[in-house]
Design a binder for this molecule. Structure first.
Ligand code: GLU
Length: 385
């Protein structure tokens, strides 16, 4: 892959100090799945410029599985078999690491590898350890290179996509900006692969149902994300007041342009500062995998959004999925629009029995009265998107 050179004013202001850059598998590899060394070299050049201007950069890199399949002479289409995927990841991570190490060391930038699973993010102690290690690497001037530990991650502890992982890392490190480099230009009004009238949305200030419905479905055979996981990341980041740029990774200087606030791809605003949740609350509500959803009535939506209230059984309608008390669930409007996430204090069965009922009524129910004064999700364990 060659890159057009485009002249750029290197004195432009970089607004973000700490940046998380995530690169998708299809951006990092060629059609056969081979790691694109030239791509990584130009990325290293951009990172070097950012570092020279005092930025701290964290890279979340996909493509271990894709590169591993290529190295093992397997077809690039993702196989279903988990052991094959995990074996491919073990081989491909090394391919990736080699290409990054070569490109960055040529520019005298040291990189350090960290492989994470959801376990380290969900578990408060390992979460804080991961944070300390990453902070130390940044302090030492090292660029952390992060991927999911695909070789050991099983469903329960798997992110499955690096968009969400990048958002988690950014929240963990209180980054100032996340850049998702992808094979698509940004978010469109409709899926551009299906609708030729689809228009690029250059900036998004808040989530609406139109934005969510414009996302289309999952990604390519090489990448696992597509727009759906990018929007999931965008929501989490908005709750954490961290701006996000989604752009085509092959646009020359995409990273530098995104970092200096120039129009490139789709920029998601920082979100409503008044609603920004604290670090612990973000971790609590967003770190676990989501086990189900509750649909809530208009009164509950208003109370959650405008008054920062807890969610009570009386506001709950339908309950979807199976979950236990203490797990993470989504909160949706009656139409299914996602408005929040938090740790539920009821099991799915208890909540089905309590839904729509006042606490005075629940108190009279022999099987539920122990929950009469229990919020479905307490405000301290809930993030409103
Ligand atoms: N962790 C996966 C890999 O390195 C990529 C996940 C994704 O495509 O977002 O292959």
């Amino acid at each position: 892959m060659t890159f057009q050179s485009k002249s750029r004013d290197s004195s432009e202001d970089i607004q973000a100090k700490r940046l998380v850059i995530k690169i998708g598998s299809s951006t990092l590899t060629d059609a056969n799945g081979k790691v694109d060394a030239a791509y990584i070299e130009q990325l290293a050049a951009q990172v070097q410029e950012l570092c020279a201007r005092g930025c701290e950069v964290i890279i979340v890199s996909s493509a271990a599985i894709t590169a591993g399949l290529e190295a093992l002479a397997m077809p690039p289409k993702r196989p279903e078999s988990i052991p094959i995927l995990q074996a491919a990841a073990a081989v491909g991570q090394l391919e990736l690491l080699r290409a990054y190490a070569r490109a960055f060391e040529e520019r005298h930038i040291r990189i350090g590898q960290i492989l994470l699973t959801r376990f380290e993010i969900e578990n408060r102690e390992s979460y804080l350890h991961a944070r300390d290690t990453l902070e130390k690497l940044l302090e030492l001037g090292v660029v952390p290179l992060i991927n999911e530990n695909d070789t050991v991650a099983v469903d329960e502890i798997r992110f499955g996509d690096n968009d969400t992982l990048a958002a988690q890392v950014a929240i963990l490190l209180k980054a100032d900006l996340v850049i998702l480099l992808s094979d698509i230009e940004g978010l469109y009004t409709a899926d551009p692969r299906l609708d030729e009238d689809a228009k690029l949305l250059e900036s998004i200030g808040s989530f609406t149902e139109e934005i969510v419905s414009s996302a289309g479905e999952a990604g390519t055979s090489r990448g696992s994300g597509g727009m759906v996981t990018k929007l999931e990341a965008a929501r989490m980041l908005m709750a954490a007041a961290i701006p996000l740029v989604i752009c085509e990774g092959h646009v020359p200087h995409a990273v530098l342009d995104a970092a200096s606030g120039k129009p490139v791809g789709t920029r998601f605003a920082q979100g409503d500062g008044r609603r920004q949740a604290g670090a612990r609350k973000l971790w609590l509500a967003l770190s676990g995998s989501v086990k189900g959803s509750v649909l809530v009535d208009a009164g509950a939506v208003k109370a959650l959004r405008e008054r920062g209230s807890s969610l009570l059984p009386v506001g709950v309608g339908q309950v979807e999925g199976e979950f236990a008390s203490g797990q993470a669930i989504n909160i949706r409007t009656a139409d299914g629009f996602l408005i929040g996430r938090g740790i539920v204090n009821y099991s799915a069965d208890e909540l089905r029995a309590a839904a729509g009922r006042k606490s005075s009524d629940i108190a009279l129910d022999a099987s539920l009265h122990h929950l009469a004064n229990t919020e479905v999700i307490h405000r301290d364990q809930l993030v409103v998107f």
